[in-house]
Design a protein around this ligand. Structure first.
Ligand code: MF3
Ligand code: CO
Length: 260
């Protein structure tokens, strides 16, 4: 069941998404060699709570962190841990903040210090594919149009799409209908309507598309242990057009000319 939001609800979604975006900006300040992923998690948790929100991942289905932390070959749902970031790593920070009963969800993959040109290109292409998906997230199109836009963009450049994990609807719940895959055929899937709020989140691999879920039941990594990149925005369809509720502007402020 897809819940279409009223313009008033979309304004509440925008406030939750803004908090989520500011959390990502706070975490960005800590992405550097030697910092543990636990530290980044606690920075996010405190910032959300201090601003009247709730870290929606914490306790969700038993998830142990306030945010998901994805180092190198981890695709999604990595646990915060005592691991210290190292020069050359990449790290995806995926955060969901609930504010006044509505959720914002986003992810940005950061380079830690200098990373190889190959990996930088994977990150850039993944981020660009997110915007290719957003462009076609408009009234009258279908979810398959988004899926196809992402898939076509990355596969033409030699990367692979993780198929087992998808984007999703969002609102009062972090995960609502519809599912938003990153591969598929144009003209298929649910019709996009005004009031629809979805998360588009390409998870793109440098090597093969195959994944493995670790024994902890959560951590999803590439089977070949090659790196994977992940970017995500929360988007509402308003007046027929995509309205991106989350923003990477706060991350950009922190990274300066290192923003990709
Ligand atoms: N953005 C992630 C997702 O949509 C958030 C997961 S939170 C978790 O799957 F608790 F499920 F890990
Ligand atoms: Co999501």
């Amino acid at each position: 069941m897809i819940y279409l939001k009223t313009p008033e609800e979309i304004e509440l979604m925008r406030r939750a998404a803004d908090l989520t975006s500011r959390v990502l900006g706070e975490m960005a300040k800590w992405v550097k060699p030697g910092v543990t992923t636990h530290k980044i998690d606690s920075v996010a948790k405190e910032f959300i709570l201090d601003n009247g929100g709730r870290p929606a991942c914490l306790g969700y289905g038993g998830f142990p962190g306030a945010v998901c932390i994805e180092v190198n070959e981890v695709v999604v749902h990595g646990f915060p841990s005592s691991y210290s970031l190292r020069e050359g790593d990449i790290v995806g920070l995926d955060v969901v903040a609930e504010l006044n009963g509505y959720n914002g969800d986003m992810c940005y993959t950061f380079p830690v210090g200098e990373v190889s040109e190959d990996v930088l290109k994977l990150m850039r292409t993944t981020k660009e594919s997110l915007y290719k998906g957003i462009e076609v997230c408009r009234e009258g199109n279908r979810i398959g149009d988004i899926a196809n836009a992402v898939q076509t963009y990355v596969e033409r450049r030699g990367y692979t799409v993780v198929r087992e994990m998808c984007g999703h609807g969002i609102g009062r719940k972090m995960h609502e209908d519809p599912e938003v895959p990153n591969y598929g055929r144009r003209g298929t899937g649910a019709l996009i309507k005004n009031g629809m709020c979805i998360c588009i989140e390409p998870m793109i691999n440098l090597g093969s598309r195959n994944i493995v879920i670790e024994k902890d039941g959560w951590t999803c990594r590439t089977k070949d242990r090659k790196p994977s990149a992940h970017y995500e925005h929360t988007i509402a369809v308003l007046d027929g057009e995509p309205d991106v509720l989350t923003t990477f502007d706060y991350v950009k402020e922190v990274l300066g000319d290192r923003f990709i």
